[in-house]
Design a protein around this ligand. Structure first.
Ligand SMILES: Cc1cc2nc3c(=O)[nH]c(=O)nc-3n(C[C@H](O)[C@H](O)[C@H](O)COP(=O)(O)O)c2cc1C
Length: 315
């Protein structure tokens, strides 16, 4: 997830039990221009494997070249192609979900990447169910991708037109899972072990992908696994443990230097901090304060106040 699943956050998700992770998406052109920032997005540590690097672009040959470069640099466990991004900047250049409208171009992109690196690493794809409600074509697209040699398909059950609104359509995800012989991973609105178990029970998916729920609650992976194993929902994570993780995440980000100095790092982390404090007691006031933090020490102070207030209130 762009702006979310950097190497630091992936490390946290791995600790919490995530099985397979994917980098933030990177543009094939950025990779080919050896842009340092783009290259940074592809970083991962050995402990994070299996990790896929996700690429977007609209030209099969260029995408293939970029995939080859990444495989040479990093030997990721797979290369994933993005056919889901709804963002105008990407769509306007025929990338992401816009390829769902043009199966010939989509096939050229998938085949270009498979031709370039398919002999070394599996090529996977992530797609939405269609461009809009009038053109839901996920089954057709999935068949095209499999014919091109794509080995796993993740389906986010929304159209491009939906953005992130409305509900994910798991009926279409199920139809895709039943239509193709490769594993299909279902995605959309999974926030707990119970959600995951239901989708696994009711559909033919081989696995499930969790996105936004992990942003504020990376424990979701551990909880979901426990639920699958025992049918029990574990006790909620304590506020103190949540804050410990928030502070640790901030520290790791500052130490990494990847977002500049401490002030720049904390500024770039504000949306992440907002996500973490969703559901905390006094979340509204906290959010107002977190919008201004520029040092890890300030986050620690807010944590101490928040924990103290919750204790006083008997929460
Ligand atoms: C901030 C943000 C960034 C995202 N970036 C990517 C991305 O780079 N590649 C991708 O395939 N999906 C991306 N997504 C979509 C998610 O992977 C996922 O498909 C979507 O959020 C639905 O799943 P969820 O309901 O579990 O969040 C992004 C979503 C969000 C909210």
């Amino acid at each position: 997830m762009a702006g979310v699943t950097d190497a630091i956050f992936r490390g946290i998700c791995k600790e919490m039990g995530a099985d397979v992770m994917v980098t933030e998406f990177v543009s094939a052109e950025g990779i080919l221009q050896a842009d340092a920032r783009t290259r940074k997005y592809t970083e991962f540590s050995e402990q994070q494997r299996p990790v896929g690097v996700q690429l977007f672009g609209a030209d099969g040959a260029r995408m293939g070249e970029a995939a080859r470069k990444i495989v040479d640099w990093k030997q990721p466990d797979f290369i994933d192609i993005n056919f889901g991004c709804p963002v105008n900047k990407v769509v306007a250049r025929n990338g992401g979900s816009s390829l769902l409208k043009d199966c010939a171009m989509l096939a050229a992109v998938a085949a270009g990447v498979v031709r370039a690196v398919g002999g070394q690493v599996p090529v996977t794809a992530k797609m939405r169910i269609g461009w809009d409600a009038q053109s839901i074509n996920a089954v057709e697209v999935a068949k095209v991708l499999v014919d091109c040699g794509v080995r796993v398909i993740a389906v986010h059950g929304r159209t491009r037109a939906q953005g992130y609104g409305g509900e994910a359509n798991w009926e279409v995800i199920d139809a895709v899972a039943r239509a193709v012989a490769v594993p299909v991973i279902g995605n959309g609105d999974i926030a707990s072990g119970a959600d995951l178990a239901r989708r696994k029970r009711e559909t033919a998916v081989a696995g499930v992908m969790i996105g936004r729920a992990a942003m504020g609650n990376p424990w979701v992976f551990r909880e979901a696994k426990r639920f699958l194993a025992s049918g029990q929902t574990p006790a909620p994570v304590l506020l103190e443990q949540r804050w410990d993780l928030v502070v640790r995440h901030c520290r790791l980000a500052v130490e990494s230097g990847r977002y500049g100095n401490e002030r720049q790092t904390l500024t770039s982390m504000r949306t992440r901090l907002m996500a973490y404090c969703k559901g905390f007691p006094g979340a509204k006031e906290l959010r107002q304060k977190l919008c201004h933090v520029v040092a890890v020490g300030e986050v620690e102070e807010l944590a101490a106040i928040s924990i103290g207030q919750a204790e006083l209130a008997g929460l």
